[in-house]
Ligand binder design. Sequence first.
Ligand code: DGJ
Length: 738
Amino acid sequence: MGIIFEKNRKDGTAVFLLNTPNSSYIITVLNGGIVSHSGWGRRVEKWSGNSALWKIDRGINLPDGFDLHNLSLDTLPQEYGTSGLSDFRPSAVEISLSDGTKALDLRYDSHQIQNGKPQLEGLPATYALNDKEVQTLALKLKDTLFDVYVTLFYSVWEQRDVICRWVEIENKTGGSIKIEKVMSACVDFASSDFNMLQLSGAWGRERKVYIKELVHGTQSIESRRGSSSHQQNPFTALLSKGATEDTGEVFGFNFVYSGNFLARTDVDFTESTRFSMGINPYNFSWNLKTLDKFVAPEVVMVYSKDGLGQMSRTFHDLYRENLCRGEWKDKPRPIVINNWEATYFDFDEKKLCNLADSAKEAGVELFVLDDGWFGNRFDDKRALGDWVVNTEKLKGGLPYIVSEMKKRGLKFGIWVEPEMVSPESNLYKAHPDWCLHIPGREPYLARTQLMLDLSRTDVTDYLFETLSNIFSSAEISYVKWDFNRSMTDVYSVKLDSENQQEVAHRYLLGLYNLMERLISKFPHILFEACASGGGRFDPAILYYMPQIWTSDNTDALSRISIQAGTTLVYPPSSMSCHVSAVPNHQTARQTPLAQRAFTAMAGTYGYELDMTKLSKDEIAQIAEYSELYKKLRNVVQFGNLYRLVSLWEKSDKVEKYAAWMNVSKDKHFAVVTISWIYAEALAPKIVLRLKGLDENADYKDLKTGNIYSAKELMHYGILFANMWAGNASEQILLEKVN
Ligand code: DGJ
């Protein structure tokens, strides 16, 4: 199994070797109980550790005076750095103690190795399908003065290059302590020879890839918005210098949390790098009573020896198989039509039925009724919280519209934004204290709405009842769960002033609890998350809802970049993508239908346009794309993804086109997509070398009937010429023939 423990070594140390198929993560317990980090990288079978300790002059000696003379905590790689004593690097944990200090001296107390992976109570996390898949080390540390216990958990995957980490703090001091900072993972790398990759952006341009060189000092990304955010995704990768799509070492970190987070790298004077990731200490603290425990959410750490492509595929497989849950986990997802960009708030039954008629002809399988079906929601300024059908728009209520869809052979889905309330709503009138607000201050509005206080159980109980009623009032097969503003006025009237810094985290715990109850009660519903597009695209949400609306920007060219950044970490099955109208509603750009369709086919596919305005020919063309996607969807959603160019590698060539490939797990079927971003006259030719095929097989191009050996396709490639904008995207379908 993956965890080897070697105690009482000759030099008095003990070593934990955490092995995955291609990686090792090494922890050394030094005499005196100091827990040091010894390395993470390529797999080794044993560890001498002889060269791992760095001794310097003018270091600060440990008070115990044991034989590690001149070994300073200031330079020693630590497994979980503390503050207040002699480690001057940013700490992983800070706790205010009863003596008024935050000084912690954490030493080895005990450990347990168990098969399987324990659950993180109340928190989303990856899970093992059986006890053979994972082994978990619980490494318990204790402060030398106070009875504060910090347990570091490491779940080591047998068949994946993944280690999942989280932390539990237990207070046995007899009084209260205050956690001011708790990172879920901290890794001290021996060098600073890395580039740091982050996914940053904004509404409508989420998860753009940025890569920068590490230098001395701090480089961090964070969210303070109460959500994982459009601006920074809770993901960072450290790339060894020179790493590419297919070569070099890559270390990926993804936080399984949907709220405020911090991911930071600190390069110190010894050219070492400390990476840490966890709940953002901004606006956070937690009072921990004696005998209570606090669990900090999980960080997924992926190692790749073969570049970013392999890192992505490891994340994809883990998330599809060991994070997503429920009936829809492995089921091919339906093709949807969403009425948002088709009608916005302006619809009635007739309009929806007409749209459904065209959608049915175009091969759609499920109709999603977006915002505007409830209360007096005629625009986005009112009615959130009033979850009763607007009978001016839907005279027959939900049962009628569902039956109309059913008549047309379409399933039905509905939009909700349960976490919000409009000041102009009956809910707000009845319960003005249910929203987050600071007494004595006027709360800040965003999109004319306030956030409900989900840290309160009376609020989450109410939402559970209300949503349950809607979901059982008609045959609802799909729910789009939206979230359209950042968290401000973070205060709960239910908590004392000394606990107000807990509200943002308690909100998330309330949200997770609510989602858990609803998905358990309605297991057949396909839930899609959304947050003004991709403002909460994180693994925690995927634990409850297997797909997420990727971005409100549906422009094909914008989507190429957004989707490339998204699939760096998240599987295509999680990425909801729609074909929309031209000119595009967000960018006013015109792109050909083929390009819009092939771009949307990179994830879970659907439409978001007024099909009643399309000609018969256009509907017929769309129907062909729908039929094509039905053939491809298993491969796209559940196969392997290979990027044939990486948009972020800044060469003149790659900014002009994007190309990617989806290959079925058995390598029987492959889809190659190439899309021009920038058309040129007499552009240089493009040769795409394919990836991921069965090297010893032949493949047939299903359009031309040509047969190629996989070796030819992979080592010599396929030739493409730049195209006119009218035909700016191409797809090749390959099937194994022997
Ligand atoms: C934001 C979402 O991202 C859109 O798709 C749409 O559902 C609107 N909200 C509705 O208000």
